[in-house]
Each structure stands twice: as C-alpha cells, then as structure tokens.
Design a protein around this ligand. Structure first.
Ligand code: AMP
Length: 421
C-alpha cells in the first residue's frame, strides 16, 4: 500500500458536503460584495514568488521548487496573491477595469512541519481588490471578512487592525526598531537575530517567549506613521464605523508576508479547542507587488482564509446545517419484485429535484433500513406487494417515526410537506 504524501489529506465522501456548504457561503458573500472568481494555475515560474524583496520563511524556506523537463524553475504556489497579480499583469486586466475585485479558492503548498491544522497542502479562500489605494476599499474588504465569518454562525468574532505605514513611515520605524533591539541582539532567537539585519519588522511576529518579552517596550509602527499614513488610518477607522464593523487596534500586528504596507488586519474567533490558532484569516494592503511583477504602479488589498481552519471551526462549534448529511428519502422494497416500481418512484422524485437513493445490493429489508438510517435519510419510502397493487407507498418520517400511506400521484407534494416540517 502506498500512503498519501506527508502533510496532505484526503477529503473523503463523508466530508465533502461540508466543503460544498462552505463554498456556497463563499459564493453568497462574494456575489453580495461584487467579487468575481479567478482561477490561476497551481504552479508558476519561481520568479512569481521568489522575488528579491520577499524574505518571508514561507517563500524562502517552505516552497516546493523544481525544474521541469525544459529546465525551467517552477514553484507550487504557497499563497494566492502573487499568482493572481502575475495574471492581472499578464492579461492587462487594468486596461478594461480601473478596479478589479476577484476572489479565489484552491490549494497551496508549503513545506511546513505538519501538525493539527497545519498541512503541506492546504486550501485558501481569498480575495484581492486591485486598482487603487483607498481606505474605503480597505474597510469594505474588512467588512466582507467580518460579515463572512458571522454568516457562518461563528460567535465572538474579533477584527484586529493595524497600520504599518507607507514606505517612508516603515523605513523610519525599522530604524527605530533596529536601534532599540541591537543592544539585545545576543538574547534574540536565532531567526530574529537573522531578521534584525534583513527584515526587522518580522521580529514583531516572533512567537519566541524571550523575543516577545524584549518586544514589550519596543517602539510600535503606529507611532512612526507620517501625516499621510496617519490620515489614511484615520479614514479607515471612520469607514469601518460606516460599515458597522467592530474592530480592535493591535499595534503589534505585522502579518507574515513582506509585501504589505499601511493597512494590515486579522479576523479571529473564539473557538473552543483552537487556543492560539484562532486566526481564521488575515490580509493587508500591498502597494508595490503589481509594479514588482512588471505591471503599472497600482495598489491593491487582499485577504486569505484557511479553508481547513474554517471547517474545523464550524465542526467544533457544531454549525453545519443538518441537511448537509441527509437524503430526502431512501426507497426500500420488501422484495426484488417491487424494484422496478421503486425505480420508477426514484426517477419521478429525482425529476422533481429530491435527493433520493435506492438499494443496489439486493439487501434484505433490514439491511436496506440500516443503510437508509446510516445515510441519515429524512424519510423512507417503503414499497411491498400490497403497495405495488394499490399504486401507493408507505412514507415514513425517520425522526418522528410517523408513517402514512400515500398515493403515488400525491407523493411529491406530500414528501415536500413532510420535509418542510
Ligand atoms: P497566511 O497566508 O500565512 O497569511 O495564512 C492565511 C491563513 O491560511 C491562516 O490563517 C491559516 O488559516 C491558513 N494557513 C496558512 N498556512 C497553513 C497550513 N500550512 N495549513 C493549513 N492552513 C494554513
């Protein structure tokens, strides 16, 4: 037997409806906010992700890179944004639309240490609004994210926002941070010590307890915003109020990727057994990525949610609707003689858009009943010799156990009523 690749998982038939449910909620929220789906390839030329300015671990240490047979460097996408921007630039989407609002859904690959909720192949739902630097647009993306999480029924949703400022503010802040941390350089964790030279902002993201302690009194990005960035952040807060989004300012929030500037945010929910992994999604504004990938000087904002984490949250809070796992009806015939009649009933109900199934294994009555209950069928349609003669069926509600004889002519109507109750 060959097992699945380490860090990957199978979505089995028993689980797929949960994915479909989540996907339907994504489709609802994205149409409401006027975002259209974009599907880009899972593999891209390595240069799309491995850019000079991108020094995050995710890109430098965790990507799956290989040479194809034409000796080209190819990378499996570790995240959605860079590939979408590559496509935006290559297809000159800016020529037709001043603002492009797209969403995506699909697998990403990161060579991380697999653990609960962390995989090497995982899926993200995300969106990008490309075209302008606008605090209103930032607020709309954050509003969508917060409404999406609430629409799933998740409670205690917290939206955390921060501003890391524009290039000028960030440069000033980085200098201040390096000046503050340099005397403690020997105490910093290995990774943070490295980052002190290359990418000091990322130290704020460190989970190392000693780093965190050293950071308590460190300068904060928000105190180094120039007037423009301050005004931008002020506008963002006002627009969030217009959208009725409740938010908290987290002045340490920087996010894991290097291309962000100004607005960064995360959506968290208080989930029973989540602990520290309570970030369901996050994102921010990026001003240079379009230019870096060969396009015009256009600013954008995006967010990504981890699908597995969302599904896990819905599971642990018991928020999947009941119909996900149930059939409308299962047809049981007392002997094989009624199979043809049963098949006609099956077809007639399927034509009327009911979800119905029948036994294919010539099981006994008991065996069919067991199967119907295992499939969580809401009703049973039982057909024996008598029913066949009289052109009727026995319709049983599996929850209430109520059973009635129904003339085949009225079956669709009565089944609909039983299901509605
Ligand atoms: P990031 O792209 O790192 O900002 O992550 C955005 C979201 O994707 C996170 O909040 C997680 O829910 C999810 N995510 C990131 N990496 C993984 C992974 N290795 N396995 C599962 N989910 C992940």
């Amino acid at each position: 037997m060959i097992n699945r690749v380490k860090g990957t998982y199978d979505v089995l038939p028993s689980e797929i409806k949960k994915w479909h449910y989540l996907e339907s909620k994504i489709s609802e929220i994205t149409s409401k906010y006027h975002y259209t789906e974009i599907r880009t390839p899972i593999m891209e030329y390595s240069g799309v992700f491995h850019r000079e300015s991108e020094l995050s671990d995710m890109v430098t240490k965790e990507t799956y890179n290989f040479k194809d047979k034409g000796n080209r460097d190819v990378t499996l996408r570790p995240e959605g944004t860079a590939g979408i921007i590559r496509s935006y630039v290559e297809n000159k989407l800016y020529a037709d639309n001043d603002l492009t609002k797209v969403y995506y859904l699909g697998p990403n690959f990161r060579y991380e240490r697999p653990q609960k909720g962390r995989y090497r192949q995982f899926s993200q739902f995300g969106l990008e609004a490309i075209g302008t630097k606008s605090a209103l647009l930032d607020a709309e993306v954050i509003s969508l994210a917060s409404e999406f999480i609430k629409s799933l029924g998740l409670k205690n949703v917290v939206v955390e926002i921060n501003s890391i400022g524009d290039f000028e503010s960030r440069s000033k802040y980085q200098k201040a941070l390096v000046t503050y941390l340099t005397p403690f350089a020997d105490k910093l964790s290995f990774d943070s010590k490295e980052r002190l030279q290359k990418n000091p902002l990322r130290i704020l993201d460190s989970k190392d307890p000693i780093d965190q302690e050293l950071l308590v009194n460190a300068p904060k990005p928000i105190d180094y915003l120039n007037i423009e960035s301050q005004e931008y952040f002020g506008d963002l807060k006002k627009y969030l109020e217009c959208f009725k989004v409740e938010y908290k300012i987290n002045d340490k929030l920087v996010r894991g990727l290097d291309y962000y500037s100004d607005t960064v945010f995360e959506v968290k929910a208080n989930i029973k057994d989540f602990g520290a992994q309570n970030v369901l999604g996050g994102g921010g504004r990026y001003n240079d990525l379009v230019k870096e990938l060969g396009g015009p000087d256009i600013s954008a904002i995006g967010i990504a949610f981890g699908m597995e984490r969302l599904l896990y949250a819905l599971e642990s809070e018991n928020l999947f609707p009941e119909e996900l796992i149930s059939l409308d009806s299962y047809i049981i015939t007392l002997s094989n003689d009624e199979k043809k009649y049963g098949t006609m009933v099956l077809q007639c109900l399927r034509e009327a858009h009911f979800n119905v199934d029948i036994d294919f294994m010539n099981k006994s009555f008991k065996g069919q009943l067991k199967k119907a209950l295992k499939e969580n069928s809401k009703t049973l349609i039982i057909i024996g010799e008598e029913e066949l003669k009289k052109n009727v069926v026995q319709l049983k509600n599996t929850k209430t156990e109520e059973q009635q004889e129904v003339n085949i002519k009225n079956l669709k109507e009565i089944l609909k009523k039983v299901l509605e109750n």
